[in-house]
Each structure stands twice: as structure tokens, then as C-alpha cells.
Design a protein around this ligand. Sequence first.
Ligand code: FEO
Ligand code: CA
Length: 677
Amino acid sequence: MDRKSIIKDPAYGNKAEAFEAFDDIPTNPNLNRTIGDVINARYGRRDVLRGVLGVSATTALFGTSALVAPSDAAAGGHSKDRYVFDELPWGNDSTHHIADGYSADILLRWGDPITADAPEFDVMNQTAAAQLQQFGYNNDYVGFTALNAEGTRGLLCVNHEYTNEEVMFPGLGRQDRAGFAGMTKEIIDIEMAAHGGSVVEIAQGADGKWALVRDSRYNRRVTPLNTEITFSGPAAGHARLQTNDDPSGTRVIGTINNCAGGMTPWGTWLMAEENFHGYFWTDNLDGDNKPVIAEDHPEAASYARYGVPGMWYAWGRAYDRWNIDAEPNMPNKFGWVVEVDPRNPDATPIKHTALGRFRHEGAETTVSSSGKLVIYSGDDNRFDYQYKYVSNGTVTGAETFGSPLLSDGTLYVARFDADGTIAWLPLVHGQGPLTAENGFADQGEVMIDTRRAADLLGATPMDRPEDAQPRGDGTAYIMLTNNTRRKADQVDAANPRAESSFGHIIEIKEAGGDHAATSGTWSILVKCGDPTIAEVGAQWNPETTENGWFGSPDNCAIDSDGRLWISTDQGSGWGKTGKSDGLYALETEGDLRGTSKLFFRCPVGGELCGPYFTEDQQTLFLAVQHPGTDGTRDLAGFERDSTFEDPATRWPDFDPAMPPRPSVVVVTKIGGGRIAV
Ligand code: FEO
Ligand code: CA
């Protein structure tokens, strides 16, 4: 289906759903190179089933071993890997729910004033100037860095991924269908001011409750409207980053679609730029509203591989910098990982090009046993890749904002082999196919066109890699959220289901327990979805109840006991499970490996982001994104699309004058203590 048809299609209840469907068209040209094909060509699928392959290859292919074989580290089970709480019943309604014995309080909402001078939120008369001093929209990543030894004061760093105009502005409605007719420059400026991120100081009172410190000198917004950002690494100053407003190719205004992220060991904040393509515009369209890019346009191949221009927002009508007709190189300045110093509001954020350019879901960090800084980052597109970055230098503890560890290192892309091993392939100019003959003049181009470089290296096309979380012992967990476009003949060992609606989770064990290693092993921890429906092909530990299984894993966290927590984003597809999105505790060790328990669930139409545990594990921050929007036609008794005037829920205020508001929720144990212990 073409773009125009999708936008007009009444099947898509809001703009996010429509563009998600349009984006469902993969851009990876290498789909004839999945390892499923290699295996099928070599053995034939029936031979695999008949057992011609050895046991290990067969289990890797079908992913069954993970559930029955306890890992060597925890044979017999470790008590630390038990989550102590009574699971929450599943459901989907207008509000949030937390397991018994815990409180889940609203900490920050869209529009809350975060500076001493900020005006109070007036949803009927919002302005960009006000929004620049207020908490942004659609909170996604949440990180925390303590300001005192007790950890009772600290800086919360929150990404604001995107905006939903249909529930933000009175009388506006969906703008993609309306040809963005209602998008004035004033509204565009408010949208831009609601994107980006927030740094806020928070403190815990004597009653254990966390609250905003509104007059803190640290509190600030980072936005695509007015925040200047510089570049580091191989692509800084590159000719393909040079624009009319920056002939040096070293600066840019703003950061967009900041999805998940990470905190560095030195307490700075990494914001991952995900769906940057959606913000670019052209006035050069064909009859189906499809962008026309000349074949000899110097960026044609790059645009095609990244989906530029996506035209999800009309910002390019008001600003040349979002319009590729005026600034053809501007898209090359987005799709990076941005470092922000939360302790210095005057520090100019940096886009670190050594980490590559793609739809970065997140940027979770760890220090390897060999002392290197390692950052795992997925490229969230159907049939795109899993990456990790390894610094050349070692972490000394003396690092500060802008550390060379983030500009001097090697980016790797993952090839998941059918024998259960993983190879990390380096994206280094001059090595293998990454040469001038193949269009890479220098390392800067390898980083600007990371996807195309990874195509040439033969990386494994995955089922939408979302968040990836390393654990200190050389283990990493990869969330593959779903991929309904994978056909039966494209199934492979690491992506074992065709038309996967519910996704799966891969566990990586790096060689020697060293996150910097270039090889390791992998297995499938769970295949998500309803285990009672045979065709779904889900696999959980049988101890998992109907409350515990989930679909579409997205973000994740490791708590200080090394335990894994998963948050979900089913989007408009939640009707397939009937469940709202939520937070699940997922056993990785011992005889309970693959057992999941529900801890928190969202109000209808929201996805769950964060999650982030404080070091003492007594506080958990969660971000409820776009409440009241996704799939509200499936909410019994409501059964229509949400609008500003008529939303499916008015969470969390339940004030008839207020639409639903994305909010950060803070979870603590009633009476105090460590969570799930
Ligand atoms: Fe912004 Fe892939 O989630
Ligand atoms: Ca996400």
C-alpha cells in the first residue's frame, strides 16, 4: 500500500499507527541474504527437522534449549534470581496498576513547570516559550545520577520521543490526513519544544516520596527548537554534514525522536535518536504523495536506506532545516547518539559519530572485564541490525563529559550464526568491503551510512532490535519486538518465526565474559505471545501464568541483583493480547529461567518506557508514553479513536478539562526496602 492510501485508510486509528504501518516496508536490500536462506540452501529445512543437523544446531534453529537448560552459572537456581512479589492480574483499563505492597506515584507530567520561572501549564493556551520551561511530551528513556552519597537527591534525565497532536491541542485532530492543514508555525514550535529531553533535580522527602526540586539550577530542557549541539568522531566536519547554516559540518540545532538511551559510567546521559527520518520534508511529491528523489541525487541511496524523508511532521514547511529541498545534508546530522552533561547546564551536548548512524533505539553502557567502555544499540527497523561499540581506551574512573572513549573506538554489527555463535563484525574503513570502490571514501562515510556498511558485511537482519541491556558478567539481552513482514522462507535461527506479532528475546554470552569480545554465543530466552495458542509458537517456562506472558518486548533493565525486567510496547496491536503494556520480571537463571511475572501495567493506549532502578534498588522509575492513544478502538465500551476532546482516558489527572498526559511514575515499596526482594 502506498503512503497516501495508508494515511487515508480508516484502519489506522491515529497518526502513529498509520506511519508505523507505512514504515513497515523494510529498507534493507539484503533480504536475500538471511542466514535462514543459507541454512535452507545447505541442509534443506526438512533435513533439519529430520535431525541431520546436530542437536546444538537444531536447538539453536528452533530455540528450545534455552528453556530447558539452566545456564552454567546458575544450575540449581540462585535465590537472587527469584523476584519476591505477588504478580499483578493482567487487564487493560483507564488507569495504571502496581503489584500489592508497592506504590506507584506520578512524579512528572507533560506540561509540569520544571524551572522556577516556568508558567503553570495551560493546555488550552500552550506556547512554545512555556513548553521550553515545562516537562516535554512522550517520556521514553529515564536515567538517574545521584547528587549525594545517600542517593536521596539526584538528576533525572528523561527523553521526550515524539508528539501526538490529536490529543495535545484542542480542535486540531489528526494532521497527516488533513495534509497538515492545521499546522501553524506556532503549533510546530510547540511540538519542537515538547521534543528532546529534560534534566530535573528530584529529592526524596522524609516520607520516602520523591518530588521535583523546581528551583534547582540543573533543571533544563534540550530540544530540537533551540539547543545547539556539536559533533565528535569520524564524521565530525565531514562534507556530508555541511549545511547552509553550518558550512563547518560540526554543529546542528537540536535532537529528535529521542527514544531509549543510557547513562555513562561517569554520570552523563546518552540520548538515542531513533526515527529521525520522519521529521524530514520535501515539496517534491508524485501523485501518491510519495517523495520524488532524483536518481543522481548524491544522497539518493542513503535516503532510500534510511527512509528519508518520512514526512511525519510538517516542520519542514516552517523551517528550511527540516526540508531536504533546502538542506539535502541535514538528515545526515540526525540518527546519532547524543551525550548531555546533566551536571553542567551550560555544556553543549555532543553527537558522537563513532557510535554510528541508524535508528538508534538505545545506548546502554557497561565496562567490560577488559576495562573497555561497551555500548549496545539496536537499529529499530524490520530486518535491521544489532550493534555494539567498544572504546579503544580503557575506563579509568577519571572520565568526564565528552570523554574520548566515546569518539575513539570500534563499532561492530552482529551476525548470529545457526550454530549458536555470534560474530561481531567491525565497521572499519578499508577493511573487507568498506572501501572507496564500494562508496566509502573514509571512516566518516562508514559512520554516516552505517546501515549500508553493515549490509556489505553480511550482518543478520533482525526482527526490529529494540533495547539491549548488558549485564556485568558478559551477558546481554536483546529485545526483538516483532516483525510481521518476515516470511516463512526468511525465518532463521535468531529470528525463528514468520509474521512474528509478539517478538522474542535473545541472550548473548560474550566470549570469556568480556563485553569487548568479538565473538560469543547466543540463545533464545523466550518467544513471546500467548502460549496456549499453538499457532503463536510462544515459549515460556511453564511456571508462567496467564498474567505473566507478554508480547512485543521493548525496553529493559537489569537491577542491582542482576535480574532482568522487561517493558512492552504492543502499539495498536494490544488487541491481539487484550493486555495493556506493562513491566514484567523475567527469570534468566536456574530452573525458573523463562518465567515471567507482571509487576506494573499501563493505562489504555500507553506504552511503558524507562524502566530505571536506583543503585540501592529502592526506587524504580517508569515512563508511561502516549496514554490514551494506541488501539483505543479495542477498549471495551470506548471503541473509537481518541481525540483531545474525547480521549479513552484522562490519566493521570482524570480532570475533565485535561487530556491524558504522558508521565513519569515512581515506584517504591510501601514502608521502604528493596524492590522485589
Ligand atoms: Fe522508540 Fe523502537 O521505540
Ligand atoms: Ca522503544
